[in-house]
Design a protein around this ligand. Sequence first.
Ligand SMILES: Cc1cc2nc3c(=O)[nH]c(=O)nc-3n(C[C@H](O)[C@H](O)[C@H](O)COP(=O)(O)O)c2cc1C
Length: 165
Amino acid sequence: MMNVMKKEDVVGDYKEYTLSLYDGSEKTVYVTDIEKPFPEGKLIVSRTDTQGIITHCNEAFVFMSGWKEEELIGQPQNILRHPDIPKAVFKDIWDTLGANKKWSGYLKNLRKDGSYYWVNATVIPNVRNGEVVGYASVRRKPAANQIKKIEVEYAKMREQEGGAS
Ligand SMILES: Cc1cc2nc3c(=O)[nH]c(=O)nc-3n(C[C@H](O)[C@H](O)[C@H](O)COP(=O)(O)O)c2cc1C
């Protein structure tokens, strides 16, 4: 079962969005304007299987997500998906991984309580005996001036996508 956000877990005024997911399904998320600061000196790490299902995550990942570890393991990595990230960014991640390459870029991630945090993410294929057995992501604290630029870029991309989530 996919874990979905609940209104009663959300802190503050929120907007409701229906995200259309890559697999054709939809999910409703509740989004506030509250930013959760990236923890100093930490890396936010997760590993997934080849389908993007979370298999491992570190303490910083759990802490920043607002979910409990047992609510995260076995869930799709899109549990963090924020409506402000254009679909083309996720397509680029999966196309890059599909070509067996490393992807780096900025992501705004959604927390269980509706707030968000920006990350500078690197996602890599996890290869064993020449075979891709999953993926891993390490997320660092992004520079504030980079976030300003990327917000403008992503807003333009969202417009090009017709503003749909
Ligand atoms: C290892 C790995 C890490 C990922 N990290 C994130 C992340 O931090 N935030 C995010 O929104 N999507 C992340 N993704 C992409 C999601 O799998 C997913 O494609 C995205 O959230 C959009 O959802 P959808 O593909 O179901 O439409 C990651 C994927 C992989 C393989």
